[in-house]
Design a protein around this ligand. Structure first.
Ligand code: SF4
Length: 423
């Protein structure tokens, strides 16, 4: 009882681990630790775990990240929490790409406050303010948040300046729930493809310096090496070959080769330009290919997106079908396998253009793999309110056939279902 009294006024942060959003959790948890906040990472059903902390007299801040494809799970969790716990000492904060693009939809699901954009600075600041105010109505004037005020008016505070990646640790491991996501090389993108949230959410690219990346690699190596024989290092970047680029569209070969050379100092397997990242096709040029000599992956993920130049232009991709075909030639002639990402169902795409794309995929499939996606309108993008172009039954039959002969992979069927449910 005495312990419970001691907790009065104290705050605990519960960060929810979910398999499709956990990459951002490492940085957020590290930022909580840096700010000496009391926090825990939790998974599975959050209701019991929130209630336990409330019973100990903590004020509980429950945090989640949101992405389009995991939205139904988030909605259900928030519904259950709100239905089973009614306490003025519980605050629900949600961030991530969906919340940033469409904060009101997340507030309507039951969140108290939404973090827009990067969370590393906003989230701890918000926690300090909640701790001080102990009351939702007093939380105002914090850049990078949105909420409904006491009269039900939607308020979106001013945006926050982008962070310097080197100043923020991307992992957390001195707890019982270690988090080691792929190492984030860059954030933001200078291209503004109309279907993609990256450039609209994070702005132009910022880079983690090579020295800082190597500091993280060293830490990962020292953490994992005693636990198992093989240490695998993966990177995350919207366009891996754009790492440290000085000019949009041109790879910084000096920086890329320097990074890979430094990675060689460790007995690790490095995966670059592969899941969860990809590269743009025009960055694949003959002088970049030997970069892969010292990397583990012999497959490179490339965003090709459409077999129609008109659709590529409409997407604002900034490359052509020929650029994709050149990437295919360069990679395969060097013994590498391209894994092309394509997007079907883009707004305004005609049936003829869909066949163009599938015809191209069939050809590429002789020496490449293809991951096919269905267009989903993402909040915060110029196509947020656009519907996907429908697919007729012959197109769907052909996709099925290409999947059966293993040319096409991906979560196409799930994406069609999701798109229809949320239309
Ligand atoms: S799709 Fe790729 S290149 Fe286009 S804006 Fe997004 S991250 Fe940048």
């Amino acid at each position: 009882m005495q312990g419970m009294q001691e907790n009065l006024g104290k705050v605990i942060v519960l960060l929810y681990w979910e398999k499709s959003t956990w990459y951002s959790l490492g940085a957020l948890a590290a930022s909580c630790q840096k700010n000496q906040l009391t926090f825990k990472t939790i998974k599975n059903d959050p209701v019991k775990q929130i209630q336990e902390q409330l019973d100990k007299n903590f004020l509980v801040i429950y945090g989640e990240s949101s992405r389009n494809m995991s939205l139904n799970g988030l909605k259900e969790r928030l519904r259950k929490i709100r239905a089973q716990i009614s306490s003025a000492r519980l605050f629900i904060i949600v961030g991530g790409p969906h919340a940033s693009g469409d904060p009101q939809s997340i507030l309507d699901m039951g969140a108290d406050i939404v973090v827009i954009g990067e969370g590393e600075v906003t989230f701890p600041e918000l926690v300090f303010n909640i701790q001080k105010a102990q009351n939702k109505e007093k939380i105002t004037n914090i850049p990078g948040i949105a909420y409904y005020n006491a009269t039900g008016q939607f308020i979106k505070e001013q945006t926050r300046s982008p962070i310097v990646l080197d100043n923020y640790c991307p992992y957390l491991d001195n707890t019982s729930f270690p988090l080691h996501p792929p190492i984030e090389l860059m954030r933001g993108c200078a291209f503004r493809c109309r279907f993609c949230q990256v450039g609209y959410m994070y702005g132009n690219p910022r880079f983690r310096s090579i020295d800082n990346v190597m500091k993280v690699v060293k830490h990962y190596y020292e953490f994992f090496n005693p636990l198992k024989k093989q240490v695998d290092i993966r990177f995350i970047a919207p366009n891996s070959l754009g790492y440290m680029e000085k000019k949009r569209g041109q790879a910084n070969t000096d920086a890329l080769f320097n990074l890979v050379k430094r990675l060689k100092k460790y007995d690790i397997r490095s995966f670059f330009g592969t899941f969860p990242s990809e590269v743009r096709p025009e960055y694949i040029t003959p002088d970049i290919l030997s970069l892969f000599d010292n990397l583990e992956n012999k497959t490179v993920s490339v965003g090709f997106q459409s077999g129609s130049d008109r659709v590529l232009r409409y997407m604002h991709r900034g490359h052509t079908v020929s650029d994709g075909l050149n990437a295919q030639d360069y990679l395969t002639s060097y013994g590498l396998t391209p894994l092309f990402d394509f997007l079907l169902g883009a707004p305004s795409e005609t049936l003829e253009e869909q066949w163009e794309t599938l015809g191209l995929i069939r050809e590429l499939g002789k020496s490449a793999q293809v991951r096919l996606h269905y267009f989903m309108p993402l909040p915060g993008t110029p196509w947020a309110n656009y519907s996907p172009s429908p697919l007729d039954k012959n197109i769907i039959a052909e996709i099925g056939r290409l999947a059966r002969v293993e040319i096409i992979t991906g979560e196409f069927a799930k994406q069609i279902q999701f798109s229809n449910e949320n239309d």
